[in-house]
Design a binder for this molecule. Structure first.
Ligand code: SF4
Ligand code: SF4
Length: 313
């Protein structure tokens, strides 16, 4: 699905409307867009002659045809209204001193799923601002592993664009759900970008990234990832987390992490009730923010009245 709109529409409908979440999807592959080196926010460098702009069509806040993206990414639509498409959810713990996320990155390099990784380099906590870095091995990844979603608050998708310009292939990324919405829109479009060089998408489940636009976000778990990492819902203080495995690639990385004694599965059928509480709380609050603001703004989600009924109950 492509819409005949471009950068000026993106400015009016998203950036000036306070919906931008600094994901970098609009400026990852387009020379007419850039991001602020101070805040990470997107801006238009110069007017282009495109009638169907990549920027507008890549942005997760212009329109988000969720079912269409799911069909193209996963070959099916969601199995769970809140969690999205998935094959399995397991509870894991680290088998060494390193974090669960680092061990996933390490397993992805070891198993050959990735040769490079886009990660975040936080520059400021208040407001949260981070910029992308591209690393070429697990050792270099270590200092950029996010501890919370605010560490990812910046234009990380531009890291994929940068890796592509550097002729890199088999690129992994750890990002927040919103980043992966933009990346998914680019991946399922027929724009000629380098985004298809992404071979692994790990989402950090996110209740808020600390930006104004986060108040209108309804994806908690990172529904367009290969693996979602959610410490939310796992027993408090255990250091464990849930991994939501959505694709064969995600399963391959988890298998490699277990086989390499980096991670241990501590529960194959964990109780999801706490995670779903977090998830539904965010969805409900932010759907109501969208509806309270105006229905025109809410249209980016193509709100379906039947789905809303379930969520708002
Ligand atoms: S693609 Fe991301 S950075 Fe660009 S305008 Fe949309 S939300 Fe903002
Ligand atoms: S709440 Fe999280 S996923 Fe949603 S827009 Fe903010 S940073 Fe992105």
């Amino acid at each position: 699905m492509k819409i005949e709109k471009s950068s000026q529409d993106l400015e009016n409908e998203v950036i000036f409307a306070g919906l931008c979440i600094h994901c970098g999807s609009c400026n990852a592959f387009c020379p007419h867009m850039d991001f602020s080196q101070e805040t990470g926010e997107a801006f238009v460098v110069d007017e282009c002659a495109e009638t169907i702009g990549l920027c507008y069509n890549a942005c997760p806040r212009t329109f988000l045809p969720i079912s269409e993206i799911e069909e193209k990414l996963f070959g099916q639509t969601r199995v769970d209204l809140g969690v999205g498409v998935y094959k399995d959810i397991v509870q894991v713990k680290s088998k060494n001193k390193d974090s669960i996320l680092y061990n996933l990155v390490s397993a992805a390099f070891d198993s050959g799923v990735v040769k490079h990784f886009v990660l975040s380099d936080p520059k400021s906590k208040k407001p949260p601002v981070a910029f992308p870095v591209v690393v070429d091995n697990a050792k270099d990844a270590k200092k950029y592993i996010p501890e919370k979603t605010m560490d990812n608050a910046g234009p990380l998708i531009t890291g994929i664009g940068r890796a592509y310009l550097d002729k890199k292939k088999d690129i992994g990324i750890i990002a927040n759900p919103c980043h992966l919405q933009g990346l998914a829109k680019i991946l399922v479009s027929d724009f000629n970008t380098g985004a298809e060089r992404t071979s692994l998408k790990i989402a950090f489940a996110c209740s808020s990234g600390g930006m104004t636009g986060c108040s209108y976000c309804t994806d908690f778990s990172g529904e367009f990832s290969d693996i979602s990492y959610s410490p939310w819902g796992a027993p408090k203080g255990s250091g464990e987390a849930f991994l939501i495995i959505r694709t064969d690639v995600g399963q391959k990385v988890l298998d490699a992490a277990v086989k390499g004694k980096l991670l241990e599965i501590t529960n194959k059928e964990p109780d999801l009730s706490e995670m779903k509480k977090f998830l539904n709380k965010k969805k409900k609050k932010n759907f109501l923010n969208l509806l309270g603001r105006d229905l025109v703004t809410a249209k980016y989600l193509k709100l379906n009245v039947d789905e809303l009924k379930d969520i708002l109950e």
